[in-house]
Design a protein around this ligand. Structure first.
Ligand code: G3I
Length: 377
C-alpha cells in the first residue's frame, strides 16, 4: 500500500485550497496566505504590536498587517502615560485611529495595557506617592474600557507584576503596590470586570522561558499569584506570556515551558503569546546564519507552546525589524571588538518575521510552519 507523505497528509487534512492527490503528481498544496490564515486553521489568532503613526505613514507595513494579522496590539497608544499625559487631559486620537483601522479591516484588538509600572504618567506617580487614591486608577480604566470595550475583548489588565528577589511573594514593588499594597492586582481585575463584564482579563508577564534562576523564580511567583487570585475568586481569565526570546540566555527550556504551561492551563486559564521576538547574540555572523539562529529558536519555542491546547493565539512585538524595540547596543558591539573593521556593522537586530525592507525572513516561515504543524526544514 502506498503511504502518503506526512507533510502531504497534514496539508490535505488542513483543507489546503489545492488539495494534493497522492499519485497524480500534484504539487504540494500552497500554504495559506498570511500568518493569520495559518493560525486560523488551528483556531488561533495571529497578531502584532503596531503604532498608528507608522501604520498611516508606511504603506508596506500597512499591507503586511492587513495580510498577516487577525489581531493588533497597540504598542504605545493605550498605555496610561500615553492616554493621560497630564491629569484629566485625555489623548485618545491614536487609539481612536487604531480602533477605526481594526474595525475597517475586521481585525481584533488586544487591550495592552492598563497597569504597568513603566507607563504610569509622572503626575500620577507623584499623586500616588502623596495619597493612595484608587480614583485615579478607576477613572483611567473607566475612560479606556468604556470607550474601547466594544472593540477590545482581551485586556492585559496588569503587566509585569512579578519582580523576583525583593519580596517573599515575588511581587514587583511598583507605584501601585506601594500605594495600595499587594491587593492592587485583585482590585484592578475586579474593576476591569465591572467595566467589561464580557471581557477576557489577563495578567501579562515576561522572562519565563529559560532555565535561569531568575526566570525560575518568576515562574514560581506568577503561579503562586495566580493560585491566590483563583482561590479568592478574583476574575482572571488568562495569562499573556510575552515571549521576548533571547539568544544570549541560551536556548528556550522546552520541557520547563511545557510543564509551566500545563500548570497555567490547570487553573482554567487561557494562554496568549503576546510579544514574541528574539534578541540576538551572534551579531558578527552572516545575516543568513543569524536568521537561522533566530528562526530555530522561534520554532523550538512555538513547537512546545502551540502543543498546549489552552494557547489561544500568538502576537509578535512588531512585524518588521525596522520597528523593533530591540536595539543593537554598545554592549553588543563591544562583544565583537574585531568585527566590522571595514566600518560596516551588524545592522538591525533581526528578531522579527520581516526584515527592514518588509521581506519575509526565516522567522516568518518558522512561525508559519509551526502553525501548520509542518516538519522542520
Ligand atoms: O516617540 C518619542 C520620541 O519623540 C522621543 O524623541 C523619544 C525620546 O526618548 O521617545 C519616543 O518615545 C519612546 C517610544 O517608545 C517610541 O519609540 C519612549 O521614550 C519609549 O519609552 C517607548 O518605549 C516603548 C516601551 O514599551 C515603553 O512604553 C517601546 O516602544 C515598546 O515597544 C515597549 O513595549 C513593551 C511592552 O509594552 C511590555 N513588554 C515589554 C515591551 C518592550 O519593552
Amino acid at each position: 500500500m502506498a503511504t502518503i507523505p506526512r507533510r502531504t497528509f497534514i496539508a490535505a487534512s488542513l483543507g489546503g485550497m489545492t488539495a494534493a492527490v497522492a499519485g497524480l503528481g500534484a504539487s504540494e498544496p500552497e500554504p495559506p496566505a498570511g500568518l493569520a490564515a495559518a493560525a486560523a486553521r488551528r483556531r488561533l489568532f495571529f497578531g502584532a504590536a503596531v503604532r498608528p503613526d507608522q501604520l498611516e505613514a508606511e504603506g508596506d507595513l500597512r499591507q503586511a498587517v492587513l495580510a498577516e494579522c487577525s489581531c493588533i496590539t497597540p504598542e504605545l497608544a493605550l498605555k496610561w502615560g500615553a492616554v493621560e499625559p497630564s491629569r484629566g487631559r485625555l489623548v485618545l486620537q491614536p487609539m481612536d485611529a487604531l480602533r477605526d483601522f481594526a474595525a475597517k479591516s475586521g481585525k481584533r484588538m488586544r487591550g495592552h495595557t492598563l497597569m504597568w509600572h513603566r507607563s504610569v504618567p509622572d503626575w500620577a506617580q507623584a499623586a500616588l506617592q502623596e495619597r493612595a487614591d484608587w480614583g485615579l486608577i478607576s477613572s483611567y480604566f473607566d475612560a479606556v474600557i468604556t470607550r474601547y470595550g466594544g472593540a477590545i475583548k482581551q485586556w492585559d489588565v496588569v503587566n509585569e507584576p512579578i519582580d523576583p528577589g525583593h519580596r517573599s511573594d515575588g511581587l514587583r514593588e511598583n507605584a501601585f503596590l506601594k500605594a495600595f499594597g499587594p491587593d492592587y492586582i485583585a482590585r484592578a481585575l475586579v474593576e476591569a470586570r465591572r467595566l467589561a463584564p464580557q471581557g477576557e482579563l489577563l495578567i501579562n508577564e515576561y522572562g519565563l522561558e529559560y532555565d535561569l534562576s531568575e526566570e525560575r523564580q518568576r515562574r514560581n511567583a506568577l503561579l503562586k499569584l495566580i493560585e491566590r487570585l483563583k482561590a479568592s475568586g478574583t476574575p482572571l481569565d488568562g495569562v499573556g506570556l510575552q515571549a521576548h526570546l533571547d539568544l544570549r540566555k541560551g536556548r528556550v527550556a522546552t520541557s520547563t515551558i511545557k510543564a509551566f504551561m500545563r500548570e497555567l492551563a490547570g487553573f482554567g486559564l487561557s494562554i496568549m503569546i503576546t510579544e514574541l521576538d528574539v534578541k540576538e547574540a551572534q551579531y558578527a555572523d552572516s545575516a543568513a546564519a543569524r536568521d537561522r539562529m533566530v528562526s530555530d529558536e522561534v520554532r523550538r519555542y512555538l513547537d512546545v507552546a502551540l502543543e498546549q491546547p489552552a494557547v489561544a493565539g500568538l502576537a509578535t512585538w512588531g512585524l518588521s525589524d525596522r520597528h523593533s524595540w530591540l536595539e543593537v547596543t554598545k554592549a553588543d558591539y563591544a562583544r565583537f571588538p574585531h568585527a566590522w573593521k571595514d566600518g560596516g556593522g551588524p545592522g538591525l537586530n533581526r528578531g522579527l518575521p520581516f526584515d527592514a525592507s518588509m521581506q519575509r525572513k526565516p522567522m516568518y516561515f518558522a512561525i508559519q510552519a509551526a502553525l501548520l504543524g509542518r516538519e522542520k526544514a
